[in-house]
Design a protein around this ligand. Structure first.
Ligand code: IUR
Length: 471
């Protein structure tokens, strides 16, 4: 790790945080110096909580232009250390970030699949909060798995395996922790420039060769409309490219759960199916295509299609699964457990397993992810606050697919729970999550509804929405 220090601001000009708050309150753009001083003085404790809260609210209401957002991101990176890698890895360092969803286990097969293609994947992931799940929670359902790895350990795992999936260390973008905690209590989480700077500062600190963002929209996503998701994607992609990382985004639908399982250990089991070359086609498509785009973006495939084929190959020939097992071992899982992950004895199972039945014959039109996730969370699968303890065995298997004809009385969802028990009111909410139509229903061919590229140089950013990807 190399310490990156922002240039001092005390000697540059008289900086008064109240002037900066007033400027943003009045809708003016902040200068680079002002943004640098805000971050620096926040880090040194010279900004009062009330002042930081007021500034964040002014940014939330007035926004930031692309230049300000890029500068904020850069200064947040400079608040801590950045990861550094051997020169020969240049062009091979890749990562993916998702804005969060239900049943989103894409990172689990994707990181080892990319490693099996020769990439280095220093994936820094998060935990679940609210109705969306977190990659680290899923992996921690494997006995012995440790998400806490030092930069030196990450380097070693990337050398020997090619990928690791870890939690954020305290010295990587410490300003983000301060800003995020303040956003959380000042109703300023949903600010486009603040989300952009938060997400991208952590990715920039990974020193990547290429990055793909999975920006989700829909009932169970942070962005409810495709328009909001595209605005966020454009902002993220623009900052990535302006800071020198080839970046693109896929805009994916998040109305129904991804794949067939929701809940931590069940999702790992489903990810293993994908790593074995089988499993749900939605999951497989997202893994192969995001991986394919990344291989193309970092120059290791001639086209997205060639990249997608490479990922499909390593899922089919067992090499991605082998990387996953090696990553598990490198991150603390006993070799015998890592070798037999898909066997039923690896994961603790919940004491109660109950199937709910289809209430009328017809075609599955919609499976609403959000109520399913919310019920599972109250049963212990997720957190409503960061300190909640989760039960990895709680979850659901969805037994039907959109477009499928179903008969009244056949099972459609299998709920795994133990304590607290499933209540009748919750059974009813779950039943309402399944919509049955009398007419034929055609499932859209892909969850990817658009792709955001960015053309241009480091200075000149022209986000380009690629047509023809919408289905
Ligand atoms: N994830 C982040 O890393 N930062 C944010 O601001 C949000 C999600 I919202």
């Amino acid at each position: 790790m190399e310490s990156v220090t922002a240039a001092g601001c005390e000697d540059v000009f008289q900086f008064r945080i109240s002037d900066v708050i007033a400027k943003k309150r009045d809708g003016l753009a902040l200068s680079s110096q002002e943004i640098r001083c805000v971050v620096k003085s926040t880090m040194t404790g010279q900004v009062q909580d009330s002042q930081l809260g007021a500034l964040l609210m002014a940014i939330r209401l007035r926004g930031m232009n692309p230049e300000e957002t890029m500068t904020l991101t850069k200064e947040m990176v400079a608040s801590g250390s950045v990861l550094t890698w051997p020169d020969e890895w240049s062009g091979w360092l890749v990562d993916k970030h998702s804005t969060g969803g239900v049943g989103d286990k894409i990172s689990l097969p994707l990181a080892p699949a990319l490693a099996a293609c020769g990439c280095k994947v220093p994936m820094i992931s998060g935990r679940g909060l609210g109705h969306t799940g977190g990659t680290l929670d899923k992996l921690e359902s494997v006995p012995g798995f440790s998400s806490q790895q030092s930069p030196e350990q990450m380097l070693e795992i990337l050398r020997s395996v090619g990928c690791c999936i870890v939690g954020q260390s305290a010295d990587l973008v410490p300003a983000d922790k301060i800003f995020y905690e303040m956003r959380d209590v000042t109703a300023t989480v949903d600010s486009l420039p603040l989300i952009t700077a938060s997400v991208m500062s952590k990715k920039v600190a990974e020193s990547l060769s290429a990055l793909i963002l999975d920006v989700k929209f829909g009932e169970a996503a942070q962005s409810s409309t495709i328009g909001d998701a595209k605005s966020l994607a454009n902002s993220l992609v623009s900052v990535g490219v302006s800071l020198g990382i080839p970046t693109m985004a896929v805009i994916t639908n998040m109305d129904s759960p991804i794949g067939r399982c929701v809940g931590n250990s069940l999702e790992v089991i489903e990810a293993l199916e994908c790593l074995e070359g089988t499993g749900h086609d939605d999951l497989r498509e997202l893994v192969t295509r995001t991986g394919g785009y990344l291989l193309w973006l970092c120059g290791q495939a001639d086209s997205e299609t060639k990249g997608t084929e490479k990922i499909a190959k390593v899922l089919g020939d067992g090499s991605a699964l082998e990387c996953f097992r090696k990553m598990m071992e490198a991150q603390g899982v006993q070799p015998d457990i890592a070798r037999s992950l898909s066997s039923s004895s690896t994961f603790r199972t919940a004491s109660h397993i109950e199937e709910l039945l289809v209430q009328r014959t017809g075609t599955v039109e919609f499976i609403k992810a959000r109520p399913i996730a919310e019920i599972l969370n109250t049963l212990g699968a997720g957190r409503s606050k960061a300190t909640d303890v989760i039960n990895h065995s709680i979850g659901a298997e969805i037994l039907v697919r959109i477009g499928q004809h179903v008969e009244q009385g056949s099972p459609w969802i299998r709920i795994h729970y133990e304590n607290p028990l499933l209540q009748d009111k919750q059974r009813q909410i779950l039943q309402n999550a399944l919509w049955i139509s009398d007419r034929p229903v055609f499932k859209p061919p892909s969850l990817i509804r658009d792709v955001i590229h960015s053309q241009g140089t480091k200075e000149e950013i022209v986000p380009l929405r690629r047509e023809g990807e919408i289905n």
